[in-house]
Write a protein of this length. Sequence first.
Length: 244
Amino acid sequence: MINAVANWKLNGSASFCHDWFDEFNASFHGDPSAVAIAPPAIYIPLCNELKKNNLNICAQNLDYSTEAARTGEISLEMLKDMDCSMSIIGHSERRNIFGETSEIIRNKLEKVASHTFTSIYCIGESLAEYDSGKSLEAIKNQLDNELLALNRNIKLYIAYEPIWAIGSGKLPSTQEIESMHGFINDTISLYENINVLGILYGGSVSVGNSQELSESELIDGVLVGGASLNGKSFAKIASSFDKV
Ligand code: PGA
């Protein structure tokens, strides 16, 4: 069971990776198999060398096609070849900056479903949807268009990441997150082909709020951006969720 994922986004360098693992390894004493680090893909081999335990190295994205004429993309097979068996899929930055549609995300999930590979599938409402009381509707639409419409059985993690909470320092109350996670569980329970391994929360998770989030039975873990860039801070966050 994964309960803490570090999403480094477009941050990092070879020396950053070395420093980060020095800090993380010195501070984290929990179960590394419950933790995943998602560096930029080019640093996956280096992170695999530096990790020194069974911590998971995760991709931030993958391509689904079997065609080779897709300059700049990285396939699931290539990730597996580099000992990476997990990827974030459908992060809101992929949707909003790179134009990933529900169809593209469904293709990626279908690709993952046909392999031994784990996805951390992200969903979340915009600020306008949140402010107008349409969060449930927005989440239901994403789940219906992307998971219900899948043609395959899939086991996956879902990360609920309200777009307005990402990198903003603002996050919903724990009760709001719990009620959304309950809604996601209820919605998914009606889909026959989906097996949810856990529901993570993402968006402005920090050392200051991770303990409270970890105390909720409905929050299985966290997907962390900014606060994951410091190995020591991320070790503290991951430790809050360590149930060993
Ligand atoms: P944040 O990012 O923790 O910096 O808000 C989370 C994410 O985008 O996954």
